[in-house]
Write a protein that binds this ligand. Sequence first.
Ligand code: NAD
Ligand code: 2HG
Length: 385
Amino acid sequence: MKIKCLNPIARVGLDQLDAGYEIAEELDQADAVLVRSAAMHDLKLPEDLLAVARAGAGVNNIPLDACAEKGVVVFNTPGANANGVKELVLAGMLLAARDIAGGMNWVKENSGDENISKAMEKAKKNFAGTEIQGKKLGVIGLGAIGVLVANAATSLGMDVYGCDPYLNVEHALSLSRHVHLVKDPSEIYQNCNYITIHVPLTEGTRKMVNQEALAQMKGAVLLNFARDLLVDEEALEEAIVSGSVRRYVTDFPNPRTAAMEGVIAMPHLGASTEESEDNCAVMAVRELKDYLENGNIENSVNFPSCSLGGLRKAARITVLHRNMPNVISSFTSLCGQAGVNIADMISKSRGEYAYAMFDLDTEPPVGFLTRAQALEGVLRVRILQ
Ligand SMILES: NC(=O)c1ccc[n+]([C@@H]2O[C@H](COP(=O)([O-])OP(=O)(O)OC[C@H]3O[C@@H](n4cnc5c(N)ncnc54)[C@H](O)[C@@H]3O)[C@@H](O)[C@H]2O)c1
Ligand SMILES: O=C(O)CC[C@@H](O)C(=O)O
């Protein structure tokens, strides 16, 4: 199997690619891709590509539907970099609360002054700020990162409000009982001193922090460690001028926000820690290997989770297909006609797409793959032995 890395991937992950794997020089040779933030929308994907693993959470750089149509399974690594981002969000709040950066610049600028120790006692009033303890924090999106930020902020004495209409059970169970859940994000926009967004960028969330949302804020600090396009930047500029937003702290500057007054920007550093990079690489490689070797899918963002464990029978056939009637029945009929017995099977669906795995008592006959691949609704068939 050839794996193409479109971005640098941590060594500890690549070290798991043992005998049977090699790193591809070119994308067109690849059976699978490992990627971080590289934009894949305009890449020509090889016909034989089986999988893409995003060493990270956000998948807006990957054409998910186009991949599904070609029978390419896309994975991500949920939660693997969440702590790295949480810690930077806390730093972002503190950088907005006190002029730490201004103060540090002052020290550098005055480093030649022999009397700096005296001068700073006069100058420091220019960099004074406020504390975050007792302030209201609103967290929009209570997933892997949002929950960690909310819980950490309660420990720092903040009064925390969270909003997530799709909150899942796992995240609900790990959320501190001190966090107040609200249904309407307007409650957060209107009442919170700090507002942090932790939702994925999708067509539904693009510019979710719009003019209407920004106008409700009352001198809030808005933190965006998720994606730049979640915020309407034209409206943001007006909100900063009018004072409804006091500071915009972002990990996703672009030519517009990088130059904007009132913005504290970092160069996409949220997941740039040794620990997050290692966690993501290890999880991404593990997911790829389990799919390539056993056909099992875990943490895919365009196909359902589905597993039959390790390969123990004569052969395993996996079928990525459209979620429509008769695909499974036409496949099992084909098995019957070919005289192969299905020892075990599993089938799962997710939206428009579905996946089925069949363990067989005997190897399928020559020509079976071509016939299965030609069935209506089938996107890709693999035979694993
Ligand atoms: N700065 C970085 O380096 C960095 C690192 C990791 C992730 N991210 C970004 O942060 C995002 C979130 O990451 P995560 O690991 O917490 O993902 P996650 O999938 O665990 O959590 C996302 C949460 O957003 C919620 N959500 C979706 N739409 C919503 C809406 N309209 N309103 C409120 N909640 C909504 C979901 O229900 C989910 O709970 C990623 O998609 C990515 O874009 C950035
Ligand atoms: O790979 C990175 O450094 C950033 C990843 C981050 O944006 C994510 O969505 O997980």
